[in-house]
Design a protein around this ligand. Structure first.
Ligand SMILES: Cc1cc2nc3c(=O)[nH]c(=O)nc-3n(C[C@H](O)[C@H](O)[C@H](O)COP(=O)(O)OP(=O)(O)OC[C@H]3O[C@@H](n4cnc5c(N)ncnc54)[C@H](O)[C@@H]3O)c2cc1C
Length: 522
């Protein structure tokens, strides 16, 4: 078992790592790939599971951000469009091109959005995913059969990327390992260690499954913990001002019949001035999102009633088949690590490097990166590593992540099949079933998820809890939370056999999973 092997190596050897990365979301995993690729001895510790926090709860778009175009932030859009191209090229089994329609109900909307989206397309240059263009009323209805037809005047089509965020994180973890990094989940950093000059020289960590506590020495420690960034910064300097102020975004998942086709809709301006999406995903539709400041930093944030009402009400305005609470298959909330306003910027003992995301180096040498977007993870990783290397007087090496294929890469994935998410690993999963016919058994007769996928998730994808399997490997929690609860006991028994656990463990796991899943049900 790879996880346990890495933990053994970490606890038993006293080697000095070049990089200790805290956090296994998009940002930390991106840094681990880049660091390992440049030949550095790299370790990554994730307190829960890969993409358990913000990175598994996104709108699942790989995009330049039409919203930023509206705000005139061209530089950010150009950078994100370039990164979108790299993601599509390097992980085609998980990222695909998606057509979006903006429906126009007022005379000026069609020409206005046509101009904006033509510019959006032009900014992507040679990495364009398809031409933006105005479309007739008939065409809008053909593409989105359930669109509200009253006063509809036509629309505009444009293309963006769409992906499976948590699967991408899992495959990024495997890529980092393929390149030589040691990566573990369910292992929390509990303290930073310092040398006699007060420089950060390592971490204390705790394996939350095995209960083992250990220390690691590192030349550079990178804090890539998203909304939790301040908790690590305070381990370094308890008096440091807060860097992050979380803002919650909620999504609802409904049946695909609410759009009625394969195209997505984008509402450029909701009643609260935001952008709202309705995007087909794994045979369902994701509706969202919201933007509500919150005070608590949680791994399992919960949607507020008013957020649910707002999404249903906004979707209902644009769709003839109006979603209601009873139609919601899953509700999930994610927290954005927005920059906290500085009370007294002169007092902060940190140096701000970038505005798009927050990249900061403290006096003790701790490097913190937070904010940004999934889409720009690779660029953020590069900047973070370049800064950490410079600060430590280390050779920069060559960053070649723009051409680094992500584990599972296949050149011609068939996105019409659910199993496309496994990419080049699929034949291995099929082989498991051929060699062990009992693994072909379905977890639930209504779905095509098999026992083999659970076995694979444990053996090859580091899944250690039912939540790891159902939420982020199979994704059924996000597609149909109630159905996922019915699969939990079967998953527990398959995992127990793989991990050599007893019936008490199974009971405990099912009970913990039910508690988590209850937060995804309306
Ligand atoms: C609602 C919403 C929708 C979004 N939609 C999109 C989108 O469609 N496209 C896009 O490009 N971007 C999107 N984003 C932004 C994107 O999701 C984030 O920028 C990205 O996921 C942040 O990744 P991260 O690795 O920085 O943080 P996280 O994913 O939060 O990862 C941080 C990790 O650090 C771990 N950690 C914390 N403390 C410790 C510790 N002490 N020890 C070890 N590990 C620790 C956590 O468990 C967590 O897994 C969206 C964000 C939100 C909130």
């Amino acid at each position: 078992m790879e996880r346990e092997g890495f933990l053994k190596k970490m606890t038993e050897s006293n080697e000095e790592w070049d990089f200790i990365i805290i956090g296994g979301g998009a940002t930390g995993l991106g840094i681990a790939i880049d660091a390992a690729n440049r030949g550095f001895r790299t370790v990554l510790l994730e307190q829960s599971d890969f993409a358990k926090a913000t990175s598994g709860r996104s709108t699942k778009l790989v995009h330049g951000g039409v919203r930023y175009l509206q705000k005139g932030d061209i530089g950010l859009v150009v950078e994100a469009l370039r990164e979108r191209g790299f993601m599509l090229k390097n992980a085609p089994h998980l990222v695909k091109s998606q057509r979006f329609i903006i429906a126009g109900y007022r005379w000026w909307e069609k020409p206005f959005y046509s101009i904006g989206l033509t510019l959006y397309d032009l900014l992507s240059g040679s990495m364009s995913l398809g031409r933006s263009k105005p479309v007739s009323k008939k065409e809008v209805i053909r593409r989105i059969p359930q669109i509200e037809k009253r006063n509809l005047r036509g629309g505009v089509q444009y293309f963006d990327g769409q992906f499976d965020d948590a699967r991408m994180a899992v495959n990024m973890m495997q890529t980092a390992i393929d390149k030589g990094a040691s990566v573990v989940n369910h292992t929390a950093v509990t303290a930073l260690t310092k040398d006699s000059d007060g420089r950060v020289a390592g971490v204390r960590a705790s394996d939350t499954i095995g209960g083992v506590e250990f220390k690691l020495r590192g030349r550079s420690v990178i804090n890539a913990t998203g909304i939790f960034a301040d908790s690590i910064i305070r381990m370094d300097n308890p008096d440091e001002q807060p860097l992050v102020m979380p803002s919650q975004g909620v999504h609802l998942v409904v049946d695909r019949s609410f759009l009625g086709g394969d195209d997505a809709i984008m509402v450029p301006k909701t009643s609260d001035g935001r952008v709202m999406f309705g995007v087909p995903w794994h045979g369902r539709v994701i509706l969202g999102t919201t933007d509500v400041p919150v005070k608590e930093f949680m791994l399992e944030p919960r949607a507020l009633e008013e957020e649910v009402d707002f999404i249903l009400e906004t979707a209902g305005r644009y769709l003839e088949k109006k979603p209601e609470r009873k139609d919601v298959l899953c509700v999930f909330a994610g927290l954005r690590p927005l920059a906290a306003p500085k009370k007294n910027s002169g007092a902060a003992k940190t140096k701000e490097i970038s505005r798009r995301h927050k990249l900061i180096i403290s006096e003790s040498g701790l490097v913190t990166i937070t904010g940004g977007k999934w889409t720009t993870y690779r660029q953020m990783a590069k900047e973070t590593l370049d800064l950490a290397l410079k600060a430590n007087g280390m050779e920069p090496g060559v960053c070649n992540t723009s051409t680094q294929r992500i584990h599972g890469y296949v050149s011609n994935p068939d996105h019409s099949k659910r199993t496309h998410i496994y990419g080049s690993d699929l034949p291995e999963i099929m082989k498991l079933m051929t060699e062990n016919p009992e693994y072909a058994e379905k977890l639930d007769e209504r779905f095509d998820f098999t026992v083999a996928e659970v076995v694979w998730a444990v053996r090859k994808e580091m899944a250690r809890t039912i939540d790891d399997v159902l939420a982020r490997r199979l994704r059924i929690l996000y597609l149909d939370a109630r159905a996922s609860v019915s699969m939990a006991p079967k998953v527990a028994s398959v995992m127990a056999a793989e991990l050599n656990r007893d019936i008490e463990w199974e009971i405990q796991q099912v009970s913990e999973y039910n508690a988590i899943a209850s937060g995804y049900l309306l």
